[in-house]
Design a protein around this ligand. Structure first.
Ligand code: FEO
Ligand code: CA
Ligand code: CA
Length: 650
């Protein structure tokens, strides 16, 4: 994403994870001696860590069996690069699938290279800026066909409008058409795909389950916050419409897709000088200028002074049934209202557990725990996501922590303190979390659960202003790190946990606290634990920093995907992307011979490249990148296979 709000919206004095990591490192230095402290950041590789004690519950203690000896990462690492292409290891190949603008239906308009496709055309085409994604395999040949579901985080005005349309949003029909095209480029794409005889993949035009969900698709609400809640009352959209800024995702145990609404605040604005934000709105970073999209100039739906409650329709996790194209997506309010990066699901004793990061500098990590067997809820016709408790993470300075419940009437969340009911707690989730003393983190992004060990990995992409250990002792922390959480007893529903830093990103040439010899990478965002427990990490380096020496990012190059082995501490770079992009979204076929990865925002305005070739504009969108086809840059899914047909990464 574009880092619109680096300073954060959290005004509290709640402890910062960085302080806690600092404190923890100090403790470790005492325990282990200064020479051993470097190992703290290379989890699992440290012979001098608590891993030597098999009864240890700290994340440094490795669990699970491993019948293989030596490296499990059997591919040749790719180098860093600033080339405008995708690079995968020798013996692998990649293929572009469903780039932005690809037609989904029999009557879809073809993509027009000059961006002259209308809003109506866009509604029948794959959306813009592919992000979190999951492949739902079909029964008979599960590794040869199924449904691919992917998010579209935002649109880039330099790329979606023609030279004649330009950037300005005018208060007329032309402006409304431009906003409508952007709205249609957002949301989610559901598309059937299949493997061809030659091993390449194709999407199936006109397939039954193909669907576009956009920022104008009718939505239902469920859980404690009903669509009829007074805080959601909108004269313009009396029934909630659309989902927006869909970043990462989750897959429920019952086979539905969850999508997180992240930076929804930036879509709103107003020209009315009398409008000022409420405390609630300030806490979510709502401002009159927004992210300067200026949609409100053409569409009063997004004008804060006209339709303020529209804000409260967003910031939720949305559940989508990928198998039923006529189903209404549902905003599951019990999972809270934040800037949801994603909604990573796992199970604990039959209950569903959902981890979700609030991606803003200084914000929190949350966990929802279902209140009983999800299967029993489903059999009774209830959603398991409507019944449970939302918690927020409190990290101590000793490598431990607890989950604080956000339950009305519990702790400070009482009527006497101004909390009306559970719906109020959820609409004001951030403030409720402030009240219970949640720990400030450096931008919690994706969460992954290793289903073999139940360990939880959390990307903290980067941040500043929170100088302390859990934020890797760095202020600013331009490189980010991956946190590991081990829940008490390996139970993902537990009330307490241990944590440590799994990976510390960066360039040791600029930051000597980064382990020397570790493959260079920065700003971890996507994270996924594969069925063998290998942890894949995808990067999203801000385009104000990408490739720049004065930001310590020249040697790191373009965004990349690395893979790590928690058992050995081994880390290798698997893929690099084109200029200006981030790498995000990862899913694999059941046979693990086809991997899908998204290339988001290739060619986005990037300080380093703008200085050499000029900034992209509607008149020339290709100054930074012309990936994938040599012309207008287009976000796309890439399909990765091995030339010998083997398993990916092994
Ligand atoms: Fe949309 Fe937090 O990345
Ligand atoms: Ca990001
Ligand atoms: Ca992200």
């Amino acid at each position: 994403m574009i880092d619109e709000h680096p300073e954060g919206s959290n005004p509290t004095a709640n402890p910062r994870l960085g302080d806690l990591i600092d404190a923890r490192l100090s403790r470790r230095q005492l325990l282990m001696g200064a020479a051993a402290t470097a190992m703290v950041t290379v989890i699992g590789a440290g012979p001098a860590t608590a891993a030597d004690d098999p009864s240890d519950d700290s994340p440094t203690a490795e669990r699970g069996d491993d019948d293989r000896k030596g490296s499990r990462l059997r591919f040749t690492e790719v180098p860093t690069t600033d080339a405008d292409t995708v690079v995968v290891p020798a013996g692998y190949r990649w293929q572009v699938l469903i780039p932005w603008g690809t037609g989904l239906f029999a009557d879809s308009a073809p993509f027009r290279e000059d961006a002259s496709n209308s809003a109506a055309d866009q509604r029948g085409q794959v959306g813009f800026n592919h992000d979190g994604m999951h492949f739902f395999p079909d029964g008979r040949n599960p590794s040869s066909g199924g449904v691919l579901v992917l998010n579209h985080e935002y649109t880039d005005a330099n790329q979606i409008y023609t030279a004649a349309q330009g950037l300005a949003i005018t208060p007329d029909a032309a402006g409304r058409e431009k906003v409508a095209k952007a709205l249609a480029g957002h949301g989610v794409t559901v598309v059937e795909i299949r493997r061809k005889r030659d091993g390449s993949w194709e999407h199936v035009v006109g397939a039954r389950r193909n669907r576009r969900i956009t920022a104008t698709t009718p939505m239902a609400f469920s859980g404690p916050v009903a669509a009829s809640h007074p805080m959601l009352a909108s004269s313009i959209t009396p029934s909630p419409l659309g989902t927006i800024n869909n970043c990462s995702m989750g897959v429920t145990p019952w086979g539905t897709y969850l999508t997180g609404e992240e930076n929804w605040n930036g879509y709103f604005g107003t020209a009315d000088p009398a409008w000022t934000p409420s405390a609630l709105e300030r806490r979510y970073g709502v401002t009159a200028a927004g992210f300067a999209y200026n949609w409100h100039l053409a569409e009063p739906r997004f004008d804060l002074a006209v339709n303020r409650n529209e804000l409260n329709h967003f910031g939720w996790v949305v559940e989508i049934d990928p198998q039923n194209p006529r189903s209404t997506p549902v905003k599951r309010s019990a999972l809270g209202r934040i800037k949801h990066e994603g909604a990573t699901c796992t199970e604990a004793d039959g209950r569903v557990v959902v981890y979700t990061g609030d991606d803003e500098n200084g914000d929190y990590l949350y966990k929802f725990v279902g209140d009983g067997s999800w299967a029993r809820h489903r059999r009774a016709g209830r959603s398991p996501l409507d019944h449970g408790i939302l918690y927020v993470g409190v990290f101590d300075g000793e490598g431990g922590g607890s989950w604080a419940p956000l339950v009305h009437g519990t702790g400070p969340l009482t009527a006497a303190n101004g909390w009306a009911d559970q719906a109020d707690v959820l609409i004001r989730t951030r403030q409720a979390a402030d009240a219970v003393g949640a720990t400030r983190l450096h931008r919690p992004e994706w969460v992954a659960v290793d289903e073999r060990t139940n360990d939880v990995y959390v990307s903290l992409t980067n941040g500043s202003g929170n100088p302390a250990p859990v934020n890797s002792n760095r202020d600013p922390n331009p490189y980010g790190h991956v946190l590991r959480i081990r829940e008490q007893g390996g139970d993902n529903a537990a009330a307490t946990f241990a944590w440590d830093i799994y990976l510390r990103a960066g360039d040791p040439g600029y930051d000597p606290t980064v382990p020397a010899g570790q493959p260079l990478f920065g700003s971890p965002d996507g994270v996924w634990a594969d069925p063998d427990g290998l942890v894949w990490v995808q990067t999203d380096i801000s385009n104000s920093s990408q490739n720049r020496a004065d930001r310590g990012y020249d040697r790191i190059g373009n965004c990349a995907m690395v893979v790590s082995d928690p058992r050995t501490g081994e880390l290798k770079r698997f893929l690099t992307g084109p200029r200006g992009c981030e790498i995000t979204g990862i899913t694999i076929t059941p046979d693990r011979r086809t991997m899908f990865v998204n290339i988001q925002h290739p060619g986005e305005s990037s300080t380093f490249w703008n200085n050499q070739f000029g900034a992209p504009s509607p008149a020339n969108p290709s100054t930074v990148s012309s990936w994938p086809y040599g012309g207008r840059p287009r976000a796309a899914t890439v399909v990765i296979t091995r030339e010998d047909g083997g398993r990916i990464g092994r």
